[in-house]
Structure formats: structure tokens, C-alpha cells
Design a binder for this molecule. Structure first.
Ligand code: COA
Length: 116
């Protein structure tokens, strides 16, 4: 059984430095809408999504960050959905599933990714 695990920790202060233009190359419109809806938590959800994609980069090379999207189920549980080249590379590594967990505070966001 092929299992990969990666984590990534992001400082919120680093996310504050990113321009809107840069953010639109990192997060999909769906993710940006979600973060806007949850703006009460500031840039925390943004940082968590960046952490998820940086964790994914430890498993497959991710050229286009828009090919990975954090989606939420009805309970709020996050998943990472891949498309395009990212999906192909993931399959090439004989990986099929992704389990994602996110957590964030005012200072930091963390993502843990288990792929199988
Ligand atoms: C889920 C909950 C515990 C998160 O706790 P928190 O301390 O506010 O937040 P954290 O920073 O640790 O984690 C937030 C992340 O948890 C994740 N999350 C939310 N609901 C989740 C769930 N049901 N399962 C797994 N992960 C979940 C999300 O990815 C969220 O980040 P995001 O909104 O940026 O995507 C909180 O929202 C809560 O108490 N909800 C009500 C109870 C509930 O719905 N429980 C779910 C079990 S059915």
C-alpha cells in the first residue's frame, strides 16, 4: 500500500504580504469566495489553503496551484480536489485518495495531508 503524508505550517504575517493578484494565482475563485465569506477569521482560511497546497507540493510537483482546490463537505470537512496535470501526476504515483485536515489561529495555519 502506497501512503504519503505531508504537513505544512504557514505564518499569517507572510500571507499578509501577498498581493490580490498573487493570491488569485494561488487560490481558485471557489476558495477565494469561501475565504471572503469567512473573513471574520481574517487571512486564516487563506493561509490554511496555501498550507494545504504547499503540503501537496511535498508529494507531487504543483506547477499550477489552481489545479488543486480545497472544497468543503456539508459538515465543513475539507478535501483537496485535483485537476489537470496535478491529477495525472497524483495518479502516476499510484495514489487515489486524499485526506486533508486544516487548523488555524491568528498567527499560523497548518495543513496535514495523507494520500493513499
Ligand atoms: C469544526 C470546528 C471544531 C473547528 O474548530 P476551530 O477551532 O474553530 O477551527 P480550527 O482552526 O482548528 O479548524 C478550522 C478548520 O477545521 C476544518 N473543519 C471544519 N469542520 C470540520 C469537520 N467537520 N471535519 C473536519 N474538519 C473540519 C475546516 O477546514 C476549517 O478551516 P476552514 O474553515 O478554513 O476550511 C468548529 O467549527 C466547530 O465547533 N463546529 C461545530 C461542531 C461541528 O460542526 N463539528 C463537526 C463534527 S460533525
Amino acid at each position: 500500500m502506497n501512503v504519503e503524508h505531508a504537513i505544512e505550517l504557514i505564518q499569517i504575517k507572510e500571507v499578509k504580504k501577498l498581493s490580490k493578484k498573487k493570491l488569485s494565482t494561488l487560490l481558485t475563485p471557489y476558495e477565494l469566495d469561501y475565504c471572503q465569506l469567512h473573513k471574520k477569521r481574517g487571512l486564516e482560511p487563506v493561509a490554511a489553503r496555501i498550507a494545504a497546497k504547499k503540503a501537496l507540493e511535498k508529494i507531487i510537483p504543483l506547477k499550477d496551484w489552481l489545479e488543486a482546490e480545497v472544497q468543503k463537505d456539508n459538515n465543513g470537512k475539507p478535501t483537496l480536489c485535483l485537476s489537470g496535470k496535478a491529477k495525472t501526476l497524483f495518479k502516476k504515483k499510484k495514489l487515489k485518495r486524499i485526506a486533508l485536515s486544516l487548523s488555524h489561529t491568528k498567527e499560523e495555519a497548518i495543513a496535514s495531508l495523507i494520500c493513499q
